[in-house]
Design a protein around this ligand. Structure first.
Ligand code: BTN
Length: 233
C-alpha cells in the first residue's frame, strides 16, 4: 500500500482529501513530521513540534453502507488502543474520537468524508517529555510520559494503518462492537453531553448499531450520533 511522507505540510487530512478525490486507493497513508495547520474536531487546531508526535491520515474506501461509517472513528480508536495495549498500557476510547491513557488524552481522531472515501486523521502525542496543562477538562499526556520510551512516528503510522486495515476488513463493524464497548471510558457511569448549546445527562450504556452513543436518561434512552463534548460527572 502506498505511503507518502512529508517533512512539512499544512494538514495531512487536506492532502488525503485531495488524493482521495483523485482516486487514491484504500489504505493510502499520508504523514508528516510537522503540520502548519493541523486540524482537530470542532474547529480546534492540532499543534505538535516535528518529531514529537504522530500526524497522519489514512484513506479508506469502506464496503459498508454509509450509516455504518459512523464506526470508522471508533475502529481507528480501537486500532490505536490495541497497539498501546501491546506496550502494556490500559488505554480507553473516549467516545467518539479520543484515546485516553490513565485518564489523560494521548491521541485524537478526525474523520472526514470525501465522496466515496473516508479520511481518518490521527494525531498522537509520542515523544514529548512534558505536555502543557489545559485550563479545564481532560489533561494531555504522551507515550514518552507514560512509558519512558520514544517511538518513531513513521513506523508507528505504518502499524496503525496495518491494524486499521485489518479491523475495517470485517464484513460488518457490528462484529467489533463488543471489542470497542469494553474499552469505552465511563461505560455504565453518569456523564454529561454537550450537543450544540444543550447539555444532556445520563448513564452511558453502550453503542448503537451505527456506533452512536446510547445514553440512559431519567426519561428513557437517547441515541447520540455526535456530541461536542462528553464529560464524566
Ligand atoms: C482531535 O482530537 O480533535 C482530533 C485531532 C486530529 C489531528 C490529526 S493530526 C493528522 C491529521 N491532520 C489533521 O489536520 N488533523 C489530523
Amino acid at each position: 500500500m502506498k505511503t507518502i511522507w512529508k517533512e512539512s505540510t499544512a494538514s495531512t487530512n487536506d492532502d488525503a482529501k485531495l488524493l482521495a478525490h483523485n482516486g487514491a486507493e484504500h489504505g493510502t497513508l499520508l504523514g508528516a513530521d510537522f503540520q502548519e495547520k493541523g486540524r482537530g474536531r470542532t474547529g480546534k487546531s492540532w499543534e505538535c513540534k516535528a518529531g514529537e508526535g504522530l500526524m497522519c491520515s489514512i484513506i479508506l474506501r469502506p464496503s459498508w453502507e454509509r450509516p455504518y461509517w459512523g464506526w470508522i472513528a471508533l475502529l481507528a480508536g480501537l486500532a490505536v488502543v490495541e497497539l498501546l495495549e501491546r506496550d502494556c498500557l490500559s488505554p480507553q476510547i473516549k467516545w467518539p474520537n479520543d484515546i485516553l491513557v490513565n485518564g489523560k488524552k494521548i491521541a485524537g481522531i478526525l474523520t472526514e468524508a470525501s465522496a466515496d472515501a473516508v479520511i481518518v486523521g490521527i494525531g498522537m502525542n509520542l515523544n514529548m517529555a512534558t505536555v502543557p496543562k489545559v485550563d479545564s477538562g481532560i489533561q494531555p499526556t504522551s507515550f514518552l510520559i507514560e512509558t519512558d520510551c520514544k517511538l518513531d512516528p513513521q513506523s508507528y503510522a505504518e502499524s496503525v494503518r496495518r491494524a486499521l486495515i485489518s479491523l475495517t476488513a470485517v464484513e460488518t463493524p457490528l462484529l467489533l462492537r463488543a471489542e470497542v464497548t469494553r474499552r469505552l471510558a465511563w461505560l455504565d457511569e453518569r456523564i454529561s453531553l454537550e450537543i450544540q448549546k444543550d447539555v444532556l445527562f445520563g448513564e452511558m450504556s453502550g453503542l448503537g448499531e451505527y456506533g452512536q452513543l446510547l445514553l440512559k436518561t431519567d426519561t428513557g434512552f437517547e441515541e447520540i450520533f455526535d456530541a461536542h463534548q462528553i464529560r464524566k460527572i
